[in-house]
Design a protein around this ligand. Sequence first.
Ligand code: UT7
Length: 317
Amino acid sequence: MNHAKIIGTGSYLPKTILTNKDLESRLDTTDEWIVSRTGIKERHIAGPDEKTSDLSYEAALGAIASANISPSDIDLIILATTTPDKIFPSTACTVQARLGIKECPAFDVQAVCTGFVYALTIAEKFIKTNSAKNVLVIGADRMSSITDYDDRSNAILWGDGAGAVILSASNEVGIISTHIHASGNYEELLHVPRHDKASHIADTIEMKGNQVFKIAVNTLDRIVDETLENSGITKSEIDWLVPHQANIRILEATAKKLDMSMDKVIVTIDRHGNTSAASIPLALDEGVRSGKIIKNQIILMEAFGGGFTWGSALVKY
Ligand code: UT7
């Protein structure tokens, strides 16, 4: 049982939808600009009382049901988020309590848009060292809580949601390889600075989008090479690309690098926007539930985000 396999997926999106038309009425922007520059048409926005733990809990229930296990079978919870409910306790602890799981370790991981890949990587290490058998891995973000809706370059991008998987010890190959990196040298290009409370300035995302875009495309290019070299898997063996959804043009660049047609890419950005740590597990769950992704297929997940952080996970589903 020394492999780590995804045995269940789940996801949750808040009910309220913010369309490009809605944004057109408040900001100096157009649906045409947003769709052509990002691929986004709409995004889901959490209600005022809907917290990251609420989104996570719903996604976790879906993953637990599809894995056909009970919450008490879970012996570790890792939750990737940049928008925790509170400074502490971790949102993972809040989710653990809501699921009624007793005393299993639970912690958050903060790697912004790469958070889910980081969390999956850590979960795999626990399983491979026999330290856990069934890990609940969640990617959840409430990006609307750190978005300045007067800033057109950011307001159009971000959405809220959560996705989850159950990663379990297995005799069958599941995760083939994981690769994670960070470089703290680019902090000023993408960050949420903390302002003094007395200044009454909200702590919201600041991004030099165009510079981030170029670095993201080049870095994802390198992580694809690294993943293929280390795993011994060839481009043509990959059935699905399940990427972090930041911009349709970034997804297209990665697909091109893999000599892959776009119909082999799970695309959710048009309906979800950029949901940060939630985007990969949301896309994975959609791919599985729609019947596109089936057992034993090879999936490449990759992400790039604030930090900068980036990474990939190559998985036999
Ligand atoms: O997920 C974490 C990592 N994040 C990313 O990977 C995001 C990467 N970046 C991007 O996706 C893109 O850079 C953006 C979508 C954020 C921006 O697209 P862009 O093509 O790089 O546009 P830009 O920032 O170079 O701006 C071009 C023009 C500017 O006007 P001027 O200076 O040329 O007159 C902007 O002010 O577009 C303007 N602009 C807008 N116009 C209409 C910026 N936002 C908007 C808007 N509507 N919402």
